[in-house]
Design a protein around this ligand. Structure first.
Ligand SMILES: *Cc1c(COP(=O)(O)O)cnc(C)c1O
Length: 447
């Protein structure tokens, strides 16, 4: 399981820089972007892509970059993974759309059955499909409200749930997600998270009590429809809560008839070394929201959960023109088959082990790395002023820029903008991952 097991286009699996990054063709395209595309859509690393697969992204100038981003945890099975490409091609040739709410098709039903089978818990489940993570989060809240006949929703510090109106209210960080875009939706309340690096000494149970205390005192369980949480915060900084935090929250929800919703949009589909991040602690959410890694890059999202909760909304209350598009469904079925037949859960664990070992070794020589954390192929380093927990966003920017110039696609995140995150596709061969970590080690020495 080392050399590019899931394929992708037959691209040479190498880091190859033939121009400065970005090269002249990309720079010209970026000029056109500036005059054609709304400014609000930023581009982190403006190399214009012409092909991608395995562990590389190839740009218009002929540079081949090592992919440590997977298009934000989307191409987990690899870009243009062979099963996904052929399933999509076959479906495109058969039919592209009918609208599942008008004349349905079996792909949607099959995806729902697969999600009901692979998500945590063996209870009776139902699923509903959408186009984006944010849309699915919104619908999970709708479903929880219909079921409980309550309105309030509890979310957490450092949360990211999307950019639509309700999910902006649920997202914690002002810049760039919310600034100037209010007013936001009502009845969204924020509770403190477990953030071991920044609240040392507070264990999972204590952190859960702290959160529940805020919810009980400021909202009241009898008003609360749902608690929505990412089992590992994504945009917020790859924050892995202290052990016991998630199970205690889920337990409190169960005792108070509050719907426990896991937003696994970023953590799902083998990314963390389990099929879902909730599986690490045996947490069974009432509803689980998935997107990103679900369909290998095709736009698809889902809400899956307990049948009695999922069936609460009236007929016609859920849906959308494109939700569960047949091409996206074909891709999702191919993704699930790829994960299962290629052993990608184990592959994510192996990638995580390799990254954690190397990053911990870099940390041992560099006091600016406050913490190495994450699970599986979702790893990050939090950067601080040496000897403190004071965030160092400037250093993070400088390191990311240096990595980009050296042909590594790396992303930053974190409420304080001081986290460098790594989300390689599970199709990356070991030699490329090792080379990327060698380059990173050198960048830490030089920056
Ligand atoms: C990306 C993300 C979303 C939003 O998904 P979109 O498809 O961009 O709408 C929601 N929740 C989490 C945890 C995410 O990482």
């Amino acid at each position: 399981m080392s050399e590019n097991p899931t394929g992708g286009p037959q691209l040479p699996q190498e880091r190859r820089l033939v121009t400065a990054i970005p090269g002249p063709i990309s720079q010209e395209l970026q000029q056109r972007k500036t005059t054609a595309v709304a400014r609000g859509v930023g581009t982190m690393l403006p190399v214009y892509v012409v092909a991608a697969g395995g562990g590389v992204v190839v740009d218009a100038d002929g540079n081949s970059l090592i992919d440590l981003g997977s298009g934000i945890a989307v191409t987990t099975v690899g870009n243009s993974a062979p099963r996904v490409s052929s399933a999509v091609a076959e479906q495109v040739a058969a039919f592209t759309h009918t609208c599942f709410m008008i004349t349905p098709y079996d792909g949607y039903v099959e995806v729902a059955e697969a999600l009901n089978r692979i998500t945590p818990g063996s209870h009776d489940k139902r699923s509903v499909l959408f186009n984006s993570g944010a849309e699915a989060v919104e619908n999970a809240v709708k479903i929880a409200r219909a079921h409980t006949k309550r309105q309030a929703v509890a979310v957490f510090d450092h949360a990211y749930h999307g950019r639509t109106n309700l999910t902006m209210a649920m997202t914690a960080k002002n810049m760039p997600y919310k600034h100037g875009f209010g007013p936001f939706a009502a009845e969204v309340y924020r509770a403190p998270l477990s953030y071991p690096f920044r609240d040392s000494g507070v264990d999972g149970a204590e952190a859960a009590r702290r959160a529940v205390d805020v919810i009980e005192k400021q909202v009241g369980a009898e008003n609360l429809a749902a608690v929505v949480i990412e089992p590992i915060q994504g945009e917020g900084g790859f924050i892995v809560p202290a052990q016991g935090f998630l199970p205690a929250l889920a337990e409190w929800c169960r005792a108070n008839d509050v719907v426990f919703i896991a937003d696994e949009v970023q953590t799902g589909f083998a990314r963390t070394g389990e099929l879902f991040a909730c599986d690490h602690e045996g947490v069974v959410p009432d509803l689980i929201v998935t997107a990103k890694g679900i369909a290998g890059g095709l736009p698809l999202a889902a809400v899956t959960g307990r049948a009695e909760i999922m069936d609460a909304p009236h007929v016609g209350g859920l849906g959308g023109t494109y939700g569960g598009n047949p091409i996206a469904c074909a891709a999702a079925l191919a993704v699930i088959e790829t994960i299962e037949s290629e052993g990608l859960v184990a592959r994510a664990r192996a990638i995580g082990k390799l990254m954690h070992e190397r990053l911990t070794a870099i940390q041992a020589a560099d006091p600016r790395i406050g913490e190495v954390r994450g699970r599986g192929a979702m790893m990050a380093v939090e950067l601080v002023k040496p000897g403190s927990t004071e965030p160092d966003a400037d250093l993070t920017k400088a390191l990311a820029a240096a990595a980009h110039a050296q042909g590594l696609v790396v992303l930053t995140c974190g409420t304080y903008g001081n986290v460098l995150r790594f989300l390689p596709p599970l199709s990356i061969p070991d030699h490329l991952l090792t080379e990327a970590l060698d380059v990173l080690e050198q960048i830490f020495k030089d920056t």
